[in-house]
Design a protein around this ligand. Structure first.
Ligand code: ZN
Length: 197
């Protein structure tokens, strides 16, 4: 899958919207991403998972013993990557705000893992997974995401190889200094109606 094919799937499923958006951070933006819109379609999820797995496998990195995702956003894409590389998939949840393995999921010391998430923005939830599994003796092999929207801000991944299918630069603006507002375009809260004319 090349970048154009991925962009087509993201656009076709409404996972990437072009326009003028109010983000949960309060900032305005020209692009909105919601990978769940793509991942709700099993065939598309499988395709993207396979593409991410293939990019990882062609990197020459070591094979992991297990694929791990942060809940919830990483679970479906993690599952699809795990299907493609024929490894088990587990996920990390937050219990009272702290990341934890539940449901009988465990890893043994020395086990190699890859972390799969839908989008890397700050890398914080990904590194919480890495830290938890390292504390249990796991060895990170790579971090995989569909989209890298870190916008060239340094991600906290250290020397762990990072692979994504698409790098997106998303401009964000303070509401009182937003060129889209100035152009008179209405701002939209994704998933709802127009909130300001
Ligand atoms: Zn605006």
């Amino acid at each position: 899958m090349n970048t154009k094919e991925l962009l087509n799937i993201l656009e076709k499923t409404g996972a990437i919207l072009d326009g003028h958006f109010l983000l949960s951070s309060g900032l305005h933006s020209n692009i909105y991403i919601q990978c769940a819109k793509l991942l709700q379609h099993p065939k598309d999820a499988e395709k993207v998972g396979r593409a991410l797995a293939e990019k990882f496998m062609s990197s020459g990195l070591q094979q992991p013993d297990v694929v791990v995702s942060p809940a919830l956003g990483g679970i479906i894409i993690g599952h699809e990557v795990a299907r493609a590389i024929k490894k088990p998939h587990i996920f990390v949840e937050k219990i009272d705000g702290k990341p934890a393995l539940r449901r009988g999921f465990t890893i043994e010391p020395g086990m190699k893992f890859v972390v799969v998430e839908d989008v890397a923005t700050t890398g914080k939830s990904i590194m919480e997974v890495v830290s938890l599994l390292r504390d249990l003796g796991g060895i990170p092999v790579a971090i995989l995401t569909i989209i890298d929207r870190s916008d060239n801000k340094e991600l906290p991944f250290g020397d762990i190889p990072f692979i994504s299918l698409l790098k997106l630069t998303i401009k964000t603006y303070e509401p009182n200094n937003c060129p889209l507002c100035k152009s008179g375009s209405p701002v939209v809260k994704p998933g709802s109606r127009v909130i300001k004319a």
